[in-house]
Design a protein around this ligand. Structure first.
Ligand code: SF4
Length: 220
């Protein structure tokens, strides 16, 4: 693993590459954001936005989502992956929101994580994006990038990655860094085809160099 100092230097470079990174899930309020994050599991924000453009016109509140049979909701979101599970989870979330919080999205981590279908990542995103509370959510991009750069170990779990990033990055930068790491993973250090040949972090990146050597071997 790289030192904390080196890790922050790398994150500074990423931050310069994507100074304006922000949440790409379209939403108008914390409730819509929470639904959008639930829908975003294993699919792109773009696909979610296409679905929610119509979905949020039809359903405005937790009650609205519970007034239709699950099959109807499935049909409304069927263009995105895992739509059956997601429809079920949205209705469970809405039920627990009404039971515990009068239909409003709560404003603490603990309360958010007490909701059906809301895990640590979703709670972190909602805290950070909807309420501007310092949080560093670790999604698939943040995890992959942090591991490739040696900021964390490959065997670290998501919680360990979060703890390490929170240690390395000053608290006031957590929210912005979360989006910058996502943009870096989404548009530059892609899962299948990272742009190592034009990467400003190449010299410090063991993964990039490993891939480069493998390419050279293939070319021989
Ligand atoms: Fe990602 Fe390649 Fe850059 Fe390393 S060198 S951070 S693997 S794009």
């Amino acid at each position: 693993m790289v030192s904390n100092k080196k890790a922050l230097q790398m994150i500074d470079v990423i931050s310069e590459m994507f100074p304006d990174a922000e949440c790409e899930l379209k939403h108008d309020n914390p409730f819509q954001l929470t639904i959008a994050v639930l829908l975003s599991a294993q699919t792109t924000d773009n696909s979610v936005n296409k679905v929610t453009a119509k979905l949020f016109q039809k359903y405005h509140t937790a009650e609205d989502f519970l007034q239709v049979p699950q099959e109807e909701l499935e049909n409304d979101i069927r263009t995105i992956g895992l739509y059956r599970n997601k429809a079920k989870n949205i209705q469970k979330l809405c039920r627990s929101l009404l039971d515990k919080f009068n239909g409003e999205i709560p404003r603490t981590h603990q309360e958010l994580e007490s909701l059906a279908g809301v895990g640590r990542k979703t709670a972190n995103v909602v805290m950070s994006v909807a309420f501007d509370e310092p949080s560093l959510a670790v999604d698939t991009h943040v995890e992959r990038v942090s591991k490739r750069l040696g900021i964390c170990r490959w065997k670290d779990n998501v919680r360990q990655v979060e703890e390490k990033l929170c240690k390395v990055v000053p608290r006031e930068r957590w929210n912005r860094t979360h989006h910058q790491l996502i943009f870096f993973g989404r548009y530059h250090c892609l899962a299948r085809a990272p742009k190592c040949d034009v990467c400003p972090l190449f010299d410090d990146c063991r993964e990039g160099q490993k891939r480069y050597k493998a390419k050279l071997r293939e070319a021989k």
